[in-house]
Design a protein around this ligand. Structure first.
Ligand SMILES: CCCCCCCC/C=C\CCCCCCCC(=O)SCCNC(=O)CCNC(=O)[C@H](O)C(C)(C)COP(=O)(O)OP(=O)(O)OC[C@H]1O[C@@H](n2cnc3c(N)ncnc32)[C@H](O)[C@@H]1OP(=O)(O)O
Ligand SMILES: Cc1cc2nc3c(=O)[nH]c(=O)nc-3n(C[C@H](O)[C@H](O)[C@H](O)COP(=O)(O)OP(=O)(O)OC[C@H]3O[C@@H](n4cnc5c(N)ncnc54)[C@H](O)[C@@H]3O)c2cc1C
Length: 665
């Protein structure tokens, strides 16, 4: 544990910690990807915790401007520290440094490393990489990814910004022709960045060649003033994300050199001739595939934080009728329904955690081929990253919200740290492709898989279970409800749903409906198929990771947690397909016994994530479990308490009480 040994730990938490049936530390190593990583992470956490430069009062008491300013300072300070420590080239170390220094405070330069740098890596020619990448990696320039416009987010091909090539000056003219074409949302665009990758429609020799990317300088490198023709600013306060300046950008015939078009996949020659180097034009969307895979792991991390807070709180919070006269009131964790709410969140968290690792490995296996133009596995990677991004962020937001409600009134207070986590996870349902739209992308891919299976073609590994004929429903009654059996049922469910929808789709096609119309007609059902497919992937990743654990105790507890995940999916998916009443009843009973079995490990399962207090920023989720004193201390910091009598009393209340009109004040 990186938490300092606290003098007085709440005995109720100590008692719960002692119940663990497995070595928590070893599970931490598994989650971190090895003991080496755990040690490195802890070293970094200690460095940041000891550094007074990162100390400040809770940001929740600050204005948005103060939050933004502090976030800029901390984000840049992190970069300086990483450089001093020679850790800039270590993605694991820099990730953890940022996370602990800015817990759930989205970084104003986040887009630089999440999207700007990866886009330069994936979309630049080798020559362009040399010119810009090093400057970007050294933070000599700070960039963002400006794609979405006021009028178009989802429908990327509808983007209106134009990049028109002028052969006489060998320049592109970047222009926002309408109000709806103004870039809207890009992170850090408002005030922080001086460069952007701008997505625009490429026009040359009188023809439009669709969306391409351009490197555009927005601000002067020394004065930071916006350049002529560039109008940009902050889009104003949002539901969350207060620390980042999501921005707008209007380009008024801004000229950039020809060489600033990102030319890995296509090129405009000096005379204006357009040449496409690769056949798959979707390679321009490569950065989004990458970021979608990151979002899955970020969602899992969000649940791990919320669940740590809510489970600890459930151990120390007493509420309700004592079981016998004179006995203490029950702890929240003693209620089976509370165990169910929390443990299913924990199970989702582990499932998504392991699935995000498998997805990341898939991305890094496929990416070198894609960069060389070999795109055979791109459709599978796109379908999985899109679908899992949607399922991950949907579940992430839902589980964090459930954990928040599990904390009662305190969950509504910023003191719990839970609103901050929720507001950080929630926008992931929208950005990087709105979730329903992403599920439809996965659904489209699945429909095509059925078609290919019918033609006898081979499918990618994660699609290989898809056939063109139904298979018999696995029997849940009779033998034990093993994880393998449940996973088999979920595989069957996914296939049955898909075949039904594909049958409908085909009947529309046979009635001579256009492909797009038939697709719309089944779209509602198809999103559910996409979810079922992704859940199967999560379940498989979960079970594989549980089985891979060498320590039999860890293997045991992870398998039980995985069974809880799978059973919960079977029960909630019972309406998608026909599940008999007796099968359903067996599953419900199995869930009840799993809750009893897992309860003693509830604290251990969340503490395996090894989240220090500094990361959680939660009065009610503290390691020492001393909730109430800390809550009072927190409230004392409210600026409203700076004086005994607030100025509004003199201004308004006193007048009101004296019967004077407030209208003219
Ligand atoms: C702040 C930092 C904090 C850091 C925190 C740390 C970690 C946290 C992690 C992360 C935080 C990051 C914070 C990011 C902030 C947000 C950034 C943004 O939001 S940037 C904008 C994103 N915008 C979208 O995503 C648009 C969504 N729209 C689209 O992607 C497309 O328009 C789409 C897919 C909906 C439709 O595209 P069509 O109209 O061109 O394509 P169709 O006709 O449907 O399909 C054509 C073919 O293309 C394939 N396709 C589509 N997309 C593909 C892709 N990406 N790759 C490969 N193939 C693709 C399809 O499968 C289809 O294939 P077939 O024809 O069936 O074979
Ligand atoms: C916090 C935040 C940060 C962001 N950062 C960036 C950034 O850095 N860079 C950037 O370029 N963009 C960024 N975005 C923009 C983001 O990518 C878009 O908001 C997102 O792609 C959705 O587009 P939209 O807002 O235009 O919604 P719309 O596309 O208008 O969608 C509205 C609703 O309609 C539904 N819908 C749309 N099309 C279809 C369809 N074909 N079928 C069925 N339903 C449909 C959607 O599901 C959605 O519910 C950010 C957004 C947020 C909230």
């Amino acid at each position: 544990m990186t938490n300092p040994v606290v003098q007085k730990v709440n005995p109720m938490l100590t008692e719960e910690r002692a119940k663990a049936s497995f070595p928590v530390e070893e599970l931490t190593y598994i989650l971190d990807g090895g003991k080496f990583n755990t040690e490195k992470r802890r070293e970094i956490e200690e460095l940041v915790t000891k550094d007074p430069n990162f100390e400040h009062p809770p940001i929740q008491f600050m204005t948005r401007e103060q939050q933004y300013s502090l976030a800029v300072k901390k984000a840049l300070l992190v970069q300086q520290r990483l450089k001093e420590l020679d850790m800039l080239d270590d993605p694991y170390a820099s990730y953890f440094f940022r996370r602990i220094a800015m817990p759930r405070e989205v970084s104003p330069i986040g887009l630089h490393w999440v999207m700007f740098v990866p886009t330069l890596m994936g979309q630049c020619s080798d020559e362009q990489r040399e010119r810009w990448l090093q400057r970007a990696l050294n933070y000599e320039i700070i960039g963002t990814y400006a794609q979405t416009e006021m009028g178009h987010g989802t429908f990327l091909r509808g983007i209106e910004t134009t990049a028109t090539y002028d052969p006489s000056s060998q320049q592109f003219v970047l222009h926002s022709p309408t109000t709806t074409s103004i870039k809207w949302w890009p992170g850090g665009l408002g005030k922080t960045c001086n460069y952007a990758v701008v997505v625009a429609q490429l026009h040359t020799q009188g023809r439009c060649h669709g969306v391409h990317m351009f490197l555009v300088q927005l601000r002067d490198e020394s004065t930071h003033r916006s350049l002529p023709g560039v109008v940009c600013g902050d889009i104003g306060p949002k539901m969350g994300y207060h620390t980042i300046d999501n921005g707008f950008l209007q380009l008024n015939s801004v000229r950039i050199p020809r060489e600033n078009m990102l030319m890995r996949n296509a090129e405009v020659q000096p005379d204006g001739t357009y040449i496409r180097r690769v056949s798959n034009e979707k390679l321009t969307y490569g950065t989004m595939v990458f970021v979608r895979s990151l979002i899955v792991s970020d969602a899992a991390r969000g649940i791990s934080e919320a669940a740590t807070i809510a489970v600890r709180y459930a151990c120390v919070r007493r509420q309700g009728e004592p079981s016998s006269p004179g006995a203490p009131e029950p702890r929240l964790l003693d209620y089976p329904v509370h165990q169910y709410r929390l443990l299913t969140c924990v199970a989702n968290c582990y499932g998504l955690w392991f699935a995000s690792e498998v997805l990341r490995d898939l991305y890094f296996t496929v990416q070198p081929d894609v960069l060389e133009g070999r795109t055979e596995r791109l459709p599978e990677t796109h379908a999985l990253s899109a679908g899992l991004k949607a399922v991950g962020s949907n579940r992430g937001a839902a589980c964090v919200e459930e954990c928040r409600r599990c904390c009662g009134g305190f969950g509504f207070s910023e003191a719990s740290g839970l609103p901050k986590i929720y507001n950080d996870i929630n926008p992931a349902c929208t950005y990087e492709g709105e979730n329903t739209v992403m599920l439809l992308q996965t659904g489209r891919h699945l429909l095509k898989c059925v078609e290919r299976a019918r033609r006898g073609e081979q499918l990618a590994p994660s699609d290989a279970y898809i056939r063109s004929r139904p298979t018999p429903q696995p029997k849940l009654a009779g033998g034990p409800l093993t994880a393998d059996l449940l996973l088999g049922w979920l595989r069957w469910r996914s296939l049955s749903m898909l075949l039904e929808v594909s049958g409908r789709f085909n009947s529309f096609i046979e009635q001579r409906q256009a492909w797009a119309d038939a697709f719309q007609a089944v779209s509602r059902r198809l999103t559910r198929c996409a979810e079922a497919h992704c859940i199967l992937y999560v379940g498989q990743a979960f079970l594989d990771s549980a089985k891979a654990a060498e320590n039999p105790k860890i293997c045991g507890v992870l398998t039980s947690l995985c069974r809880l995940f799978l059973l919960n999916e079977v029960v909630s998916g019972a309406g998608d397909v026909q599940l008999s009443r007796s099968d359903l009843a067996r599953c419900q009973d199995a869930i009840d016994s799993l809750l009893t079995e897992l309860r003693p490990n509830a604290v251990a399962l969340v503490e395996a994530f090894d989240l220090p207090d500094r990361m959680l920023c939660s009065v009610i989720g503290r390691y020492d479990g001393q909730v109430y004193e800390a809550m009072l201390q927190w409230a004392r910091q409210s600026p409203l308490n700076a004086t005994d009598v607030h100025e509004s009393y003199e201004l308004y209340t006193r007048q009101f009480l004296a019967g004077r009109s407030l209208a003219k004040l």
